[in-house]
Design a protein. Sequence first.
Length: 244
Amino acid sequence: MPVSPGVEAILARVGPSHRLRLFAADQESSPLLRLAWPGLDDVLPDGGLRRGVVELTALRALGGATSLALAAVRAGQSRSQGAFCAWVDPEATLHAPGVVAAGVDLARMLVVRPPRAELGRLAVKLVSSSAFEVVVVDFDPVDFASPRVERASRMKKKKAWAPDVLVRKLALAAEASGTTILLITDSTKPRALPWPVSLRLELGRPSRGEISVRVAKDRQGRVGLAKTVAFQPSFQSVHLPEAG
């Protein structure tokens, strides 16, 4: 699970031979990212995650969003032996043993830990690079109105993007790169404007081996009632197709 402070260093590690555009045939034949999570793909409107911006929102990050995001990373890596994924982790909360338990190949999982004020621009650069099947962005610790973010932004003479603006930029970048972007958010934090995500999943706190999942927004207007599926914090026992 390599960690790098800058986009240039990340792309140097990945190398041009791993760019997503070289997997165009795979993208056309497999437009959906199927998570191999028993019962969960059945809840999703399309039976999987389409390329674009997906929001995973839960009660103070305790609703299984990280496990679901890791399942998406594992599925993204299974598209090809050379498929890379990235995780933007501004406060270093990602737990390496949990990543291993999710069946993720650490050598193809790049973790970036930017200052909060730089999170937005760095995330857009990652997606625009076309180097990653899946990019996960941990929004939970980010307070876009905090004095710390504002001070850091002034020092760089750049104003931090508002969350809805950032999501729009990520969506546009995903259209060109074909990346699946997962935003992990805190459902208790209010927002002034709805975000232009293609899919919003509300996750309940895992209880008694189950987790509640509700489709709260879909690009085609499909929403649904909360449904429970078996919670799978570890995916080592789940069979995924071999990368070809």
